[in-house]
Write a protein that binds this ligand. Structure first.
Ligand code: CUK
Ligand code: CUA
Ligand code: CA
Length: 642
C-alpha cells in the first residue's frame, strides 16, 4: 500500500525523463522480470526473503537473519562507523549485530559527554564552536598501503564547510578544520597509497571567489574547488578550482589519482538548469602534477587565506585535471578494490560509467580522448547512487528509484559493453526503501572481503512501529557471502546516516583508560601548570580577579572538593582529574541550573567554564553512574551575592 505513495524521486528526477515515471515499485519489478533484465529467480527469491519469515524454530539456512545473531556477551566481527547526517555526530555499530555501541559527537553538542561545552572540545571546535549543527556524510578510516590502519576516521561537515578527524584510539574527535574559499564540503575520501597523507574533500556549492559580496547574482562567476587536507597537521594543503560543481569523490590505489563526480556542469542555480545537459562529468586529479605545479609557483591565494590555489578549470590547461563526460547528474564515485576502476553512478541515468584507471596516464598525456577512458557504461536500473564491492569481481549498486540493490559483475559488464552476449546482472534485491549509500565490509581497501553489505535506506515507511510524521531511516544488513544476497536485519536510525564504513575488529586498537599525557587535554594541563597545580593530587581553588579556577580530583564515589565559594558574576572554570584507573569507571560533573555537564573518563582530565550568575546554593553532582554511592557523589557551589 505504501508503494502507491512513493514519491517519484524526491525532487532528484526530472519529470518525464525516467522510464519508471508513473510506475509503482512493484510494477517496475514485474516489468523488469518480464524482460529478464533482473534475473527472475533472484528477484523472486529476494521478495520471498523480504516478505516471509518462517515461524517457530529455524536454521540459518531457513532464516538468514540468524547469521547476524550475536549472542549476549559475544563480540561483533566488525566495527561499523555510521555518519549521523544532520545530527552532526558519528555512530559506532557492531556488525553483524547492528547493535549501537557508541556515539561520537563531532559537529553537534552532546549533553552527556559535554562535547561543545567543555574547554577541550571547544578548543577542537575552534571557530566552529559558534555553530551548533553539522551535516556529517562521509566517514572514512585512514589507510596504509591500501589497508585500514585504524589510526583515524575523517568526516565532512556539509553544513558548515568543515572536515573533522576522530582518533580511533580514544574514539574522540581531536581536530576540526574549516575549509576556506569554498562552500559545503560534501564528498570525502582518503588517499589510500602509500598512506593517507591527504584527505580529499569536494566543495559542492559554487560561490564567487572571494565570496565578499561581489558577483552576487552572476552565477557564471561562481566556482568551487577540490581540497586536499594534510591528514596529520589537518591544515589545508592545496585547493584546485574546477568547472561545474563537485559531488562525491574517491582515490585510486597508486596514490596518483583522485576523481570526483560533477552533476552541475551547467553551473545552474536552479533545479531545471542543473539537468539541462545529457552528460556532466567525472573530474580526475593528477596528484603528483598538482604538487609539481605548486612547487613551480603556479598557485595563487584568495583573500585572507594562505592556502595555495591552482586553476584546474579546462581553460587553464595546467595538466592537473581531466574531465571525462558521463551521463547525467552522476552521484557516487567508487574505486574498485582491485584498483582498476573508478565507477560513477548515473543517478538520472540508469547507467554506471566504468572508468579504466589504467588509461589515465594516456589521458593526461593527451594520447587519448576523455571518453576513451570509459571501459564500459552499462544499464543497471533506475537511480543508481552508490556502488560497493565484494572483492570477488562483483559490484553492488543502490537503485534509489527502484528501491533495490543490484548485484552485477564488472568483468561481464565490460564484455557486454563490448558486444558479447552476457548477462552481467546477478541479482536485484528489494530493499526498504529508496537506498542511498551501500557499503560492503572492507570495501574501500585491498582487503574487501565480501561478507556483509549495509544498505542505508532513506525511507522506512511501514517497516517499524509508527513514530508519528517523522519516521526513522532503515539501515538494512545483507549477507553477501554466498551467491545470493540475503537480507538479515532491519536497523532503524535517526537522521540521517548517509554512509558507513566497516573495519575488522582487529584493525583497531582502542585504549581502555586514558593516558595521563594524552594531547586531548594538553591545553588544560598547560593551564594547570601555569597555576602551579599538580592535576593528579591537588584540590585547590585559584582566584584570579573575576576568574576562579577550581581544580579537583575524582575517585568513586567522591569529588576531591565538596564545596567551594565564589562571588556572583565570577567566571568559574572547574577542572576535574579522574583518579580511577578501572576500565569503564567514568564520572561526570553537572552543575544544576547552569547548563554544565561533562564526562571524565578513567585517568582523564576535563574542564568546563561558566558564569556563576545566580547567588545561592548550587549543587553539583556526578551524572555518569559510577558506584553504589553514585547518587551521593555531590558537592555544593556557594555563590555569594555581588
Ligand atoms: S551522499 Cu547522501 S546518499 Cu552525501 Cu554520500 Cu549519496
Ligand atoms: Cu561518579 Cu557517578
Ligand atoms: Ca547536470
Amino acid at each position: 500500500m505504501s508503494e502507491q505513495h512513493d514519491p517519484q524521486g524526491h525532487g532528484e528526477t526530472p519529470a518525464g525523463s525516467s522510464a519508471a515515471h508513473g510506475l509503482t515499485r512493484r510494477g517496475f519489478l514485474g516489468a523488469a522480470a518480464a524482460v529478464g533484465a533482473a534475473g527472475a529467480t533472484g528477484v523472486a527469491g529476494a521478495l520471498l526473503t523480504a516478505q516471509s519469515r518462517p515461524a517457530g524454530a529455524a536454521t540459518a539456512a531457513e532464516d538468514p537473519s540468524l547469521k547476524a545473531h550475536v549472542a549476549p556477551g559475544e563480540l561483533d566481527e566488525y566495527y561499523g562507523f555510521w555518519s549521523g547526517g544532520h545530527s552532526g555526530e558519528v555512530r559506532v555499530l557492531g556488525i553483524p549485530s547492528m547493535r549501537e555501541l557508541m556515539r561520537i559527537p563531532v559537529f553537534n553538542t552532546c549533553s552527556a559527554t559535554g562535547w561543545g561545552l567543555t574547554n577541550e572540545s571547544k578548543h577542537v571546535l575552534g571557530d566552529g564552536a559558534r555553530f551548533h549543527n553539522g551535516d556529517a556524510h562521509h566517514p572514512h578510516v585512514s589507510m596504509t598501503d591500501g589497508r585500514y590502519d585504524g589510526k583515524y576516521l575523517f568526516i565532512n561537515d556539509k553544513a558548515n564547510t568543515r572536515v573533522a578527524r576522530i582518533r580511533l584510539d580514544i574514539f574522540k574527535c581531536d581536530r576540526i578544520t574549516s575549509i576556506p574559499n569554498v562552500s559545503a564540503i560534501h564528498g570525502l575520501r582518503l588517499q589510500k597509497v602509500p598512506h593517507t597523507k591527504y584527505v580529499f574533500a569536494n566543495a559542492e556549492m559554487p560561490i564567487p571567489q572571494p565570496n565578499d559580496g561581489r558577483d552576487l547574482d552572476n552565477a557564471q562567476n561562481y566556482w568551487t574547488m577540490f581540497n586536499a587536507i594534510d591528514a596529520e597537521s589537518m591544515e589545508v594543503a592545496w585547493q584546485v578550482i574546477v568547472d561545474g560543481n563537485l559531488d562525491n569523490t574517491d582515490a585510486d590505489y597508486t596514490g596518483r589519482y583522485a576523481a570526483s563526480t560533477c552533476y552541475n556542469s551547467e553551473r545552474g542555480v536552479h533545479l531545471g538548469d542543473m539537468m539541462r545537459n545529457e552528460r556532466d562529468w567525472v573530474v580526475v586529479y593528477n596528484i603528483p602534477a598538482i604538487e609539481a605545479a605548486i612547487q613551480a609557483g603556479k598557485a595563487t591565494t584568495i583573500g585572507d587565506s594562505k592556502v595555495p590555489v591552482l586553476d584546474g578549470r579546462k581553460a587553464a590547461n595546467l595538466g592537473i585535471t581531466v574531465y571525462i563526460p558521463v551521463p547525467k547528474n552522476p552521484h557516487g564515485l567508487n574505486t574498485s578494490p582491485d584498483g582498476r576502476y573508478f565507477i560513477a553512478n548515473g543517478k538520472l541515468s540508469p547507467t554506471v560509467s566504468i572508468i579504466d584507471i589504467g588509461k589515465l596516464d594516456d589521458l593526461f598525456a593527451g594520447k587519448i580522448e576523455p571518453r576513451k577512458a570509459i571501459a564500459a557504461e552499462v544499464e543497471l536500473g533506475l537511480g543508481p547512487l552508490h556502488t560497493t564491492f565484494d572483492g570477488r569481481g562483483n559490484a553492488y549498486t543502490t537503485l534509489f528509484l527502484d528501491s533495490q540493490v543490484c548485484k552485477w559483475n564488472i568483468a561481464d559488464a565490460i564484455r557486454a559493453y563490448n558486444g558479447e552476449k552476457v548477462d552481467y546482472i546477478r541479482q536485484k534485491l528489494d530493499v526498504s526503501y529508496q537506498p542511498g549509500h551501500n557499503h560492503a565490509s572492507l570495501t574501500e581497501s585491498r582487503e574487501a572481503d565480501g561478507k556483509w553489505l549495509a544498505v542505508l535506506c532513506k525511507f522506512s515507511k511501514d517497516r517499524f512501529l509508527n513514530t508519528g510524521p517523522l519516521k526513522p531511516e532503515n539501515d538494512q544488513l545483507i549477507d553477501i557471502s554466498g551467491e545470493e544476497m540475503k537480507l538479515v536485519h532491519d536497523g532503524p536510525t535517526f537522521a540521517e546516516p548517509h554512509d558507513c564504513i566497516m573495519v575488522r575488529r582487529d584493525q583497531l586498537r582502542p585504549v581502555d583508560v586514558w593516558k595521563r599525557d594524552d594531547p586531548f587535554f594538553a591545553i588544560t594541563r598547560e593551564r594547570a601548570k601555569k597555576d602551579g597545580i599538580t592535576l593528579e593530587t591537588d584540590n585547590k581553588v585559584i582566584r584570579d580577579g573575576r576568574q576562579v579556577r577550581v581544580y579537583m580530583t575524582s575517585a568513586a564515589p567522591t569529588y576531591g572538593i565538596q564545596e567551594f565559594t565564589v562571588k556572583q558574576g565570577d567566571e568559574v572554570t572547574v577542572t576535574i582529574t579522574n583518579l580511577d584507573t578501572v576500565s569503564d569507571l567514568t564520572h561526570g560533573f553537572c552543575v544544576v541550573n547552569h547548563g554544565v555537564s561533562m564526562e571524565i573518563g578513567p585517568q582523564q582530565t576535563a574542564s568546563i567554564s561558566f558564569v556563576a550568575d545566580k547567588p545561592g546554593v548550587h549543587w553539583y553532582y556526578c551524572n555518569w553512574f559510577c558506584h553504589a554511592m553514585h547518587m551521593e557523589m555531590v558537592g555544593r557551589m556557594l555563590v555569594e551575592k555581588a
